[in-house]
Design a protein around this ligand. Structure first.
Ligand code: ATP
Length: 256
């Protein structure tokens, strides 16, 4: 493929596409993942491809929750592995969170490839591969139901991105704190999660790392207060308002 010129106005967006296509060719991303990315891209275009204020609030609350959880787990799928492998590993180390592969289109080959990719970025252990995913999330029919006993099954907090609503809802029913990164504030995942970061995973992950480092010296009571103050429904409403305001500003016509 031709080099993408740095001066291109959509440079970052094109690099993300290139990374995903490369990962698709390596068997890490499935074609459906490329389509899911397209939906995210459209929403990101409306956000102006930047992190908006409500997302910063969600990132702060998510960081406080990760730091105070006893058994946090980061759930990894093909797209997140392709887009932010280094950050997934770094965040897992800072927060003592386990990394677990969890795929909708699950094959052992792809699980192993994703595990190896994360290990090449320094992950010590990657759960959810092959027979390690021996537990089942109740009420779920997709292959996403298979999880690791030491990982998602046992976790008190699960961080996930590009997730389908079914699993998010079931994880919440199991009593888990779900933190979701999802560009779609209207999705079932966004509405079911305890904390939803409406932002591109490529921006949200580095920010999560930055906030976790910053908050790591705070007292547990201060972190608990940050979590207590956060309300997902209110935050999603603020996000939808921010999107409406941007659409109004972008429109050449009077918006009614
Ligand atoms: P739900 O089942 O929760 O209603 P859905 O059917 O839209 O959601 P999927 O298609 O499985 O769920 O997941 C894709 C989701 O991930 C979409 O909401 C899309 O906006 C979002 N998404 C895609 N790319 C990114 C990205 N780079 N960063 C964050 N979110 C993304």
């Amino acid at each position: 493929m031709d080099e993408i010129p740095k001066s291109h106005p959509r440079y970052h967006s094109l690099i993300i596409r290139k990374n995903l296509v490369d990962a698709f060719r390596q068997g890490i991303v499935v074609p459906e993942g490329l389509i899911a990315h397209g939906r995210g891209e459209a929403l990101d275009y409306i956000l102006g491809e930047k992190t908006l204020e409500p997302a910063y609030n969600a990132i702060e609350a998510a960081s406080a929750l990760l730091l105070t959880s006893e058994n946090p787990v980061i759930s990894v799928n093909g797209n997140t592995a392709a887009l932010v492998p280094r950050e997934l590993v770094e965040l897992s180390k800072i927060t003592n969170a386990k990394l677990e592969v969890n795929l909708f289109h699950r094959t052992l080959e792809r699980e192993i490839k994703i595990g190896d990719l994360l290990k090449s970025y320094g992950a010590d252990e990657v759960l959810g591969i092959g027979s390690d995913a021996s537990e089942t999330i109740p009420g779920l029919e997709s292959k996403r139901r298979f999880v690791s006993r030491r990982g998602i099954y046992y976790a008190d907090t699960v961080l996930l991105a590009l997730e389908d609503g079914d699993r998010t809802e079931q994880l919440v029913k199991m009593g888990k704190n779900v933190i979701a990164i999802d560009l779609n504030p209207f999705s079932r995942t966004a509405r079911a999660a305890k904390i939803t970061i409406v932002d591109n995973v490529t921006r949200a992950m580095p920010l999560l790392i930055e906030y976790c480092k910053k908050l790591s010296t705070r007292q547990p009571s201060e972190l608990a207060e940050i979590i207590r103050r956060f309300d997902n429904e209110t935050n999603l409403k603020m996000m939808i308002k921010a999107i409406r305001d941007r659409l109004s500003a972008l429109s050449f016509f009077e918006v009614v």
